[in-house]
Design a protein around this ligand. Structure first.
Ligand code: SF4
Length: 257
């Protein structure tokens, strides 16, 4: 576990090193005390294997798209360890209130590490995405760290509403992936079977998630933190159905793919 650094300001309390130490100590305090609201939770440094070392938000599923094939049907956030961080399990909080809570929390993060939005939850609508874009700008201005996420609401939210956030359209079928591309989104596709090899010579040019194939974390890989690059190269990030109910999710995928 990283340790708290004693702050002894050498230049009247305002020198760069003292400020860095204070920011580091604040980040550590937030590891122990994540910022919580009824509909949203922000973690300064997550220990979740895939996004270990990143900051992350978990928000109410009232923001999720009803189109998501995994909602109440194998979503990795509804059971197992990920669900322990799920706020608003009863799904009662208005998505607009959730958005406001999340944005407030993002602004409180240190900005010293990449931020993964919505380990659970989604941007509910265009207004939510625009608020996130504004908060992400403030977040990234602190230490030039990227903000990245995935959305099932890519049909409803214009790509430009996300600002500089690296966003991938979450798709469950090839047809949807091709449509998302037409709308300007990089694509993440979930397949029912094991990752397999990259097939960059095919129409959909799928590259299996590096965490699934090599056990690397997002911090080490970083591909999804640059959606513009993925989009320009037409590379789709491919995931296998995952989570505690991955068999349910895989069966759902086999039905629709
Ligand atoms: S491809 Fe890389 S950045 Fe994207 S989810 Fe997998 S490990 Fe993370």
């Amino acid at each position: 576990m990283p340790q708290r650094i004693p702050v002894k300001a050498s230049g009247g309390g305002n020198d760069l090193m003292a400020r860095k130490k204070r920011r580091w100590n604040k980040a550590l305090a937030m590891v122990k005390n994540p910022t919580r609201s009824p509909g949203s939770k922000a973690i300064e440094i997550t220990r979740a294997a895939k996004i270990e070392g990143c900051s992350a938000t978990y928000i109410s599923q009232t923001t999720c798209s009803p189109r998501c094939a995994f909602l109440n049907n194998g979503c990795y956030g509804e059971s197992g360890p990920v669900s322990w961080n799920r706020p608003d399990k009863a799904r009662e909080i208005d998505p607009k209130e959730v958005a406001d809570q999340e944005v407030r929390q993002i602004k409180q993060l240190s900005g010293m590490r990449p931020l993964r939005l919505h380990v659970i939850g989604d941007a509910a609508d265009e207004d939510h995405a625009r608020k996130l874009a504004e908060a992400a700008e403030i977040f990234s201005s602190k230490a030039d760290m990227p903000v990245f996420t995935f959305t099932h609401n890519w049909r409803e939210i214009p790509k430009e509403a996300w600002g500089d956030i690296s966003v991938l359209a979450s798709c469950e079928t090839t047809k949807d992936g091709l449509l998302a591309e037409k709308l300007g989104y990089a694509v993440a596709i979930v397949r029912p079977d094991k990752p397999g090899r990259p097939n960059l010579d095919k129409e959909t040019r799928e590259l299996p998630c590096v965490h699934e194939t090599r056990g690397r974390s997002c911090l080490q890989c970083g591909l999804c933190m640059d959606a513009e690059h993925l989009f320009s190269q037409r590379i789709w990030i491919r995931f296998t159905a995952h989570g505690a109910r991955k068999n349910v999710a895989a069966n759902q995928l086999r039905r629709i793919q």
